[in-house]
Design a protein around this ligand. Structure first.
Ligand code: UDP
Ligand code: MG
Length: 319
């Protein structure tokens, strides 16, 4: 079995030498045990880095047959870099892992074992989040719960550390959307799957390439790519407020008929104006979000361009 390990890298010059070293050790070890073939390799996808990441990849690729590089023409974000690697890889099984060594590489051995036992998808799941900040832990775990409640099928506490078989990757190509939210798509493939647990470490070096802004955008992607629940929420809200206004009208009528304080108060006039205005804006906003999504999807824009690779077949590849 030929194994490809895909590593998206964005400004990772500080960790890259160590990551390459450890992955090579692991590949050597697995090949020596006969679990993977000797032409197994790691593919480093440079996601338009501004530092020396690509130079490092190229130098290592020149001297190491187990190292390959793919350079995207510009920064396209983690998910697209990952996809570029997955679609470029030619292994019988492909494992994706972050460059920062936060995910314990030992789990790769277990993933390979599970694949050899017939699994098409093997999820790497964090056993605990002791190294994450309280804020990150709280937001991430609540987010996974929210997605589950919205009906999105996801694996709790699983990020993008996983093994996919050739079959699963071919199936993945069938998803034509521009916004790939891999964590939601993979469980939908439905092939035999297994889970391996690992402890998440601190970043080996450098700092997170996922600032809060990117994180929020990614979270919103996950919801709007997979769930129409916010749209339904609007319907529910509309119904609720209409029923409420109907109740208020009845109440006003009752005051008019059965009391002498018929002058409606300021509150009952002004509050609904603001309330309804607010609700309408909110609803238009949410509809707009989905409209924007349809707009982007109908354009069918390519997700990334490969500028160059360290392999023999250098060509511009857009997927
Ligand atoms: N990454 C990428 N493109 C980006 C941002 C991040 O390829 O625009 C890569 C990054 O190099 C790393 C992985 O995605 O290999 C995860 O990023 P990071 O570790 O910074 O995220 P965190 O673990 O802090 O959520
Ligand atoms: Mg990380």
């Amino acid at each position: 079995m030929k194994l490809s390990i895909v590593v998206p890298c964005y400004n990772e010059e500080e960790v890259l030498p160590e990551t390459i070293k450890r992955l090579l050790e692991l590949i050597g070890c697995l090949a020596a045990q006969g679990k993977i073939s000797p032409d197994s390799h790691a593919i480093f996808v440079d996601d338009g880095s501004r530092d020396r990441t690509w130079e490092l990849i190229e130098t290592h690729a020149a001297s190491q047959p187990h190292v390959r590089g793919v350079k995207l023409s510009r920064n396209r974000g983690h998910q697209n870099a990952l996809l570029a690697g997955l679609f470029h890889a030619d292994g019988d099984a492909v494992i994706s892992v972050d460059a920062d060594l936060q995910d314990d590489l030992e789990a790769i051995t277990e993933m390979v074992d599970a694949h050899l036992a017939g699994m098409d998808v093997v999820y790497g799941v964090r056993r605990q989040r002791a190294t994450d900040t309280f804020f990150k832990r709280l937001t991430a775990e609540s987010y996974y719960r929210l997605l589950a409640r919205l009906g999105v099928e996801i694996v709790f506490n699983h990020a993008d550390y996983r093994l996919l078989s050739r079959r699963a990757i071919d199936a993945l190509r069938g998803y034509g959307e521009s916004n790939y939210f891999l964590r939601g798509i993979i469980p939908q493939l439905g092939f035999p799957s297994a889970t391996v647990y690992y402890d998440r470490a601190e970043r080996f070096a450098g700092e997170s390439k996922y600032p809060l802004r990117k994180m929020l955008a990614f979270a919103w992607q996950g919801i709007t790519s997979f769930s129409a629940a916010p749209l339904r929420l609007i319907t529910g809200l509309g119904l609720l407020i209409s029923a409420g206004s109907f109740g208020i009208s009845l109440w006003a009528l009752w005051i008019k008929l059965f009391s002498n304080q018929a002058v409606p108060g300021w509150t009952s006039t002004v509050v609904p104006i603001y309330l309804l205005g607010g609700v309408q804006l909110l609803c238009i906003g949410i509809i707009g979000e989905y409209l924007a999504k349809i707009y982007l999807e109908t354009k069918q824009r390519p997700r990334y361009f490969i500028e160059k690779t360290t392999g023999p077949n250098e060509h511009i590849d857009a997927v």
